[in-house]
Design a protein around this ligand. Structure first.
Ligand code: SF4
Length: 221
């Protein structure tokens, strides 16, 4: 078992939010493997993800993979080469009115934060796709989505690409201008895919990371 698999085993055994009474049943979802140099961080699994224990397996996933197909990346390739996780790893339940998934509370986000931090530090990503407001806020708090989506931000040698949430519940995408921002964001995804998705682990092992880091800095200077 490598370090990422060990971390996944720890996450899968976690019952913190259930024990604290925040969720009915803890059933963490994990995916990805060592060597993935692109990371995707979403909000939290939905009910379909809870059933199949796989990220972005429901309606939002279908839309996400439609976006990826539009830039020439199919679902199977994406799942194989992108480490997919979320700010919280368990289905939070439905909203009081039952019209959508409940947004995890600050307390749940804090309980799950050490896992996300550990994933981040173990994976050492070169590019991070932040999908939806909750993931974006975790890295870029108090900044409007309109200012972030469509761009890419380099911080400490990592490229962050904020994207809207693909769920049908997101009204942000109803605006024509916002669709154009999404398109720009997807163009950035395609560029980091071309840089980091192929033979990632081998390249990093052989170079100690410097070759990839150099490529990224050169591209975004
Ligand atoms: S959401 Fe995170 S902290 Fe809460 S029970 Fe699931 S894995 Fe544990």
């Amino acid at each position: 078992m490598d370090a990422v698999e060990e971390l996944h085993a720890r996450i899968l055994a976690c019952r913190l939010c259930q024990d604290a009474g925040y969720i009915e049943r803890a059933a963490p979802v994990v995916a990805g493997k060592s060597g993935n140099r692109i990371m995707l961080i979403g909000q939290a699994p939905g009910v379909t993800e809870l059933e199949v224990r796989r990220p972005f397996a429901g309606r939002a996933g279908k839309e996400l993979f439609r976006w990826m197909a539009s830039i020439g990346i199919n679902e199977e390739e994406f799942r194989g080469r992108v480490y997919m996780t979320a700010v919280t790893k368990c289905f939070p339940g439905r909203t009081g009115g039952g019209s959508g998934d409940r947004r995890p509370s600050r307390q749940e986000i804090e309980l799950c934060a050490p896992y996300l931090d550990a994933q981040f530090s173990l994976m050492d990503p070169r590019a991070v796709l932040l999908v939806g407001g909750m993931a974006i806020e975790r890295f870029f708090p108090r900044t409007s989505l309109d200012l972030l989506i469509g761009g890419q931000i380099e911080r400490d040698g990592i490229l962050y690409i904020p994207l809207p949430h693909p769920s049908g519940a997101s009204r942000w995408l109803n605006d024509h201008g916002h669709r154009a921002l999404l398109r720009q964001g997807l163009d950035h995804v395609r560029r980091v895919w071309d840089l980091f998705a192929s033979d990632q682990a081998e390249t990093v092992d052989a170079s100690g990371g410097s070759a990839l880091a150099g490529t990224a800095s050169a591209m975004f200077e």
